[in-house]
Design a protein around this ligand. Structure first.
Ligand SMILES: C[S@@+](CC[C@H](N)C(=O)[O-])C[C@H]1O[C@@H](n2cnc3c(N)ncnc32)[C@H](O)[C@@H]1O
Length: 395
């Protein structure tokens, strides 16, 4: 995070409040932060030195551009059975993610809308999941609010029918874990990241924007606030809707296939297994879980490769088929007892208790056999440093 003359007082006051909350002075707080790998203490400091300001339909021009420009382009060539997926990165208390879900749900069948909200502030994520707000969150007027929020006296809550379409997870934008299947950040149609990167050092903000580009599907849209959009990476087009800037990953060119004459037609061939696995990965990236499971089972019928098993385990877990997922992970571990990601997923999927703690501690031990920057193989390779941190936090 960037602290300079403009926000130095935020840092000072925040550190003082965090020190007070942990019954020590600022010097001691900093020493503790440096000496201990304490997620709880870091969380406390994050809460006090970041700004979580947000409300429904904040910057209404972005939502208008999404509805009037981005969504018509995104939905033009899709079937209603296809998913439409968006990410609110740095979602604070969640109003931005819920607002995105409302706009998408008014343009597309509700059951095929998926919105992910992420932040580093776990307390804010809890509020986002609860989906209950005060009138102060409705500072910006929008007619959708009356259709998707239940308002009783001073209490406002998100309509039940919208809730299954939105999920909230911890994700630090400084960790190299996106795009990835594991974090649900592949092949996204829309990313909103507003009033977040302005607090980052320029090089860090540029790295985040490059990662966002790689998370987008072809033709997907990125919306950042004006202050965040200083250094736009290659591979993103600038579009304007009125005075609003939108960034877009170019749409894939439409390939026109000339009709084949009978002589020119090649002999028909069964699809190669690796093609099937690629298609399974693509379906999983799109969160089309039924299709992904069917395709990966097809690939496995040919060859039970570890890569295919990893993908199978991930999609089974996403589908809520925990017992089958555990069996597949065991199969991977039987082949390679030191498969770090298989142990990680097994640990994360198990209920809190001694066995889970042991499994996740073992993940930490296995990580120590690798270099921090190494990528661990799986359906989606993940960096060692992050896996170690994740395993520790989840114990
Ligand atoms: C001012 S709020 C913006 C909320 C919302 N995007 C909006 O524009 O209304 C900034 C949010 O960014 C989050 N944030 C700061 N650094 C982050 C990081 N490294 N990774 C993820 N979120 C971060 C903060 O916790 C805070 O909730």
């Amino acid at each position: 995070l960037r602290f300079d003359a403009s926000n130095r007082t935020l840092l000072e006051a925040g550190l003082m409040r965090a020190a007070e909350a942990s019954a020590c002075d600022v010097r001691e707080l900093l020493a503790r932060l440096e000496s201990k790998d304490s997620d709880a203490l870091l969380q406390l400091v994050v809460r006090h030195v970041t700004i979580g300001e947000t409300y429904f339909f904040r910057h209404p021009e972005h939502f208008a551009a999404l509805r009037e420009r981005a969504l018509p382009a995104l939905t033009a060539n899709r079937q209603p059975g296809d998913k439409l997926r968006a990410w609110s990165a740095g979602c604070a208390n969640g109003e931005e993610a819920w607002s995105l879900a409302m706009v998408l749900a008014e343009a597309w069948p509700l059951g095929n809308v998926e919105v992910l909200g992420t932040d580093i502030n776990r307390a804010a994520l809890d509020r986002a999941r609860a989906g209950r707000y005060s009138r102060w969150s409705l500072r910006s007027e929008n007619p959708m609010v009356s259709r998707w929020l239940d308002q009783r006296d001073e209490q406002i809550s998100v309509a039940e029918r919208l809730r299954p379409q939105v999920r909230f997870n911890y994700l630090n934008l400084r960790d190299a874990i996106y795009p990835s299947l594991f974090t649900g950040t592949n092949q996204l149609d829309v990313i909103f990241c507003r009033n977040v990167l302005v607090y980052f050092l320029p090089a860090a903000a540029a790295e985040v924007l490059r990662r966002f580009r790689d998370c987008l599907s072809d033709g997907g849209w990125l919306v950042v606030s004006a202050l965040d959009a200083l250094d736009i990476p290659d591979g993103l087009e600038r579009h304007t809707h009125g005075a609003t800037l939108l960034l877009r990953k170019p749409a894939a060119p439409t390939i026109r296939v000339a009709p084949r004459t009978s002589q020119a037609a090649p002999p028909s061939r069964a699809p190669v297994r690796s093609d099937v696995l690629l298609r399974a990965k693509h379906a999983a990236d799109k969160h089309d879980l039924d299709a992904a499971i069917a395709l990966v089972e097809d690939a496995l019928a040919g060859e039970r490769s570890t890569t295919a098993l990893h993908l199978y385990a991930l999609v089974l877990g996403e589908h809520g088929r925990a017992a089958e997922q555990a069996r597949v992970l065991q199969e991977i571990i039987e082949r390679n007892p030191e498969d770090v990601l298989a142990h990680l997923y097994l640990g994360l999927a198990s209920t809190p208790g001694a066995a889970r703690t042991r499994e996740l501690q073992y993940v930490g031990e296995l990580c120590n056999k690798h270099r921090d920057e190494e990528l661990l193989p799986g359906a989606d390779p993940l960096p060692v440093a992050w896996v170690r941190k994740m395993a520790k936090a989840a114990q």
